[in-house]
Write a protein that binds this ligand. Structure first.
Ligand code: DLL
Length: 434
C-alpha cells in the first residue's frame, strides 16, 4: 500500500511549494479579476491590480472575502466560469441566514477527488478497503466528497449516507466495511447502537475512521478508538473552499495537513485582520489557487486554528493546522468569559464516567448569564444512589469551574435524553439569542 497518494507534492520542499503557490496564485488572481466583477470592484477599491500579485508574499495586499459577500452575490455572483462549465452544485445552509451555493467544474471535481485520495491514503486506506460513507449525500459536501475520493483510490465504496443506524451496522458487518466515514458524533452513536444490538466490535472488520465536519476533542477521539477498536483520523473542510479534504490527518494524529498546493492558509487576528505568525492561534483564512468555478480569495472561515510548519514524523511537509478550537461564531461569551464548547467537552471526557453526549444551555436570568451543562451518564450510574450522583455532579462542577473560571450548573441526565444527530451534533442551546 503506498504511504502517500502524491509524494512529490505531499513531501515537497518549502521552496518548491512556495514557487508552485506563487505561480498558481498570480494566475488565479488574474482570472478572478477578469471574470468576477465583484472581485474586480473590490480589488479596484483597494488599489490592487493583478500584476501586483507575483508571489505568496503579496497575498496580504488582497482584500478578504467574508460569508456576507457570498450572500450578497447569491446564487452565482462569485462564479468565475460560465454556468455551462459547471458540472456540480453544492450548498450549505449554516445556522443563520440564507444558504450559500458553490459550484465545481469537471477539473474542480478532479482536484477534490485528489485531495480526498490523499486523506484516505494517509488513513491507511487503499484499493483493498471497503469504505463505508455515512456522511449525508446531497447538497452537503460530506457524502459525495468522500465517495468520489474513495473511488479514486480504487476502494470498494459503500454509499450508505445517513440514517437507519441498525441497518448501517448490519451493512458494516455483512459487507465487511473497513473504513468508516462519518461525523465523530455519529461514530459514537453507531458504537452505542452496536452495543445495544449485541454486536461485538470484533465481528466487524473496521480498522479506521475518517471523521470531521464538526469540532471534536482528543478525549472524544480516544473514546471512539476504544469503542470501535479503530484508529480515528480527523478530516477538515468547508463547502466554500471545496468540502471535506482541505486538510487531513496522517498516522501521527498531530494535526491536519493542508493541501496547500490548492488552498493557501493564513492565520489572522479576527479583530484587526492582521496576519499572525505560525504557532499563534487565530482565524483561519484560505485562498483557492486552482479552483475554476468558485475560487475564493482570502476567505475568512471563522474557524479558530493554529498553523504548524516543518516536516511531520510521517514525512509530509504540507503545513499542518491543529484541531480547530471552534468557530469565532460558536464562541460563547458567558459572564464575559470566552468559552468554546470543545473546552467543556475535554473537561467532561477527561473525568471518565460520563458519556460524550452533552449539551450546553446558556440563558440570561435577571441580567446574569447562566450555564447549565446536561450530561448523560451510563445506565449503571443512573441507578446509583442520589448521594453518589450528587458527588459526581460536584466533581464535574469543580473541574469545569477550575478550567473555565465560571460557575456552571451540572445536570446528569438519563441515558438517551439528549437528541442524537446523524450529521453535525447540536452542542449549544443559547436561549439569550431569542
Ligand atoms: O462540514 C465539510 C466536511 C464534510 C468536512 C465531511 C469534513 C468531513 P460545511 O458544512 O460547509 O462543510 O461546514 C464547514 O464545519 O468551517 C468548521 O467549522 C466545521 N468543520 C469541518 N470539519 C471540521 C473538523 C463540511 N475536522 C465547517 N474539525 C467548518 C472541526 C470542522 N470543525
Amino acid at each position: 500500500m503506498p504511504k502517500y497518494w502524491n509524494e512529490s507534492i505531499e513531501c515537497a520542499t518549502p521552496y518548491e511549494m512556495q514557487a508552485l503557490q506563487s505561480f498558481r496564485l498570480s494566475q488565479t488572481v488574474r482570472r478572478v479579476y477578469e471574470n468576477v466583477p465583484y472581485y474586480r470592484k473590490r480589488m479596484d477599491e483597494n488599489g490592487v491590480k493583478p500584476e501586483d500579485i507575483k508571489s505568496v508574499a503579496d497575498l496580504s495586499k488582497l482584500p478578504f472575502t467574508v460569508k456576507q459577500d457570498l450572500r450578497d452575490t447569491y446564487p452565482y455572483g462569485l462564479f468565475a466560469v460560465p454556468m455551462s462549465e459547471v458540472v456540480r452544485l453544492h450548498a450549505s445552509s449554516g445556522t443563520t441566514g440564507k444558504q450559500i451555493v458553490v459550484g465545481y467544474t469537471e477539473n474542480d471535481i478532479e482536484i477534490w477527488k485528489e485531495v480526498i485520495a490523499r486523506a484516505i491514503t494517509a488513513a491507511g486506506g487503499g484499493k483493498d478497503d471497503f469504505i463505508h460513507v455515512s456522511y449525508g449525500y446531497g447538497l452537503f459536501t460530506g457524502g459525495l466528497g468522500l465517495h468520489y475520493g474513495a473511488e479514486k483510490v480504487g476502494a470498494t465504496t459503500i454509499p450508505v449516507s445517513v440514517g437507519n443506524t441498525a441497518r448501517q451496522i448490519t451493512i458494516m458487518r455483512d459487507f465487511g466495511s473497513t473504513i468508516l466515514c462519518s461525523t465523530p458524533s455519529y461514530a459514537l452513536y453507531l458504537a452505542e447502537t452496536l452495543k445495544e444490538m449485541g454486536v461485538d466490535k470484533s465481528e466487524l472488520k473496521l480498522k479506521a475512521g475518517i471523521f470531521g465536519a464538526e469540532p471534536w476533542s482528543e478525549e472524544m477521539r480516544a473514546e471512539i478508538q476504544e469503542k470501535l477498536g479503530i484508529k480515528a483520523y480527523d478530516i477538515y473542510g468547508l463547502s466554500e473552499i471545496m468540502g471535506p479534504g482541505v486538510a487531513f490527518e496522517c498516522e501521527d494524529q498531530s494535526g491536519m495537513h493542508i493541501s496547500e498546493d490548492h488552498f493557501i492558509p493564513e492565520i489572522i487576528d479576527p479583530d484587526t485582520g492582521e496576519v499572525l505568525p505560525d504557532g499563534v492561534q487565530g482565524e483561519l483564512v484560505f485562498t483557492c489557487i486552482t479552483k475554476e468555478a468558485f475560487p475564493l480569495i482570502r476567505y475568512r472561515t471563522r474557524d479558530i486554528a493554529v498553523l504548524e510548519r516543518g516536516q511531520c514524523r510521517c514525512g509530509r511537509t504540507l503545513v499542518k493546522m491543529l484541531k480547530p478550537r471552534g468557530r469565532t461564531d460558536d464562541m460563547l461569551i458567558i459572564k464575559g468569559v470566552n468559552v468554546f464548547p470543545s473546552q467543556i467537552e475535554s473537561v467532561l471526557l477527561s473525568l471518565g464516567n460520563t458519556s460524550p453526549h452533552y449539551q450546553l444551555i446558556v440563558d440570561r436570568v435577571n441580567n446574569n448569564d447562566t450555564l447549565e451543562i446536561q450530561i448523560e451518564i451510563s445506565p449503571e450510574m443512573f441507578s446509583d444512589t442520589v448521594k453518589n450522583l450528587e458527588e459526581q455532579e460536584n466533581i464535574i462542577k469543580a473541574a469545569v469551574e477550575s478550567t473555565l473560571g465560571i460557575a456552571a450548573k451540572i445536570r446528569l441526565v438519563e441515558p438517551k435524553t439528549i437528541a442524537r444527530s446523524e450529521g453535525k451534533a447540536v452542542r449549544v442551546i443559547d436561549k439569550r439569542k431569542k
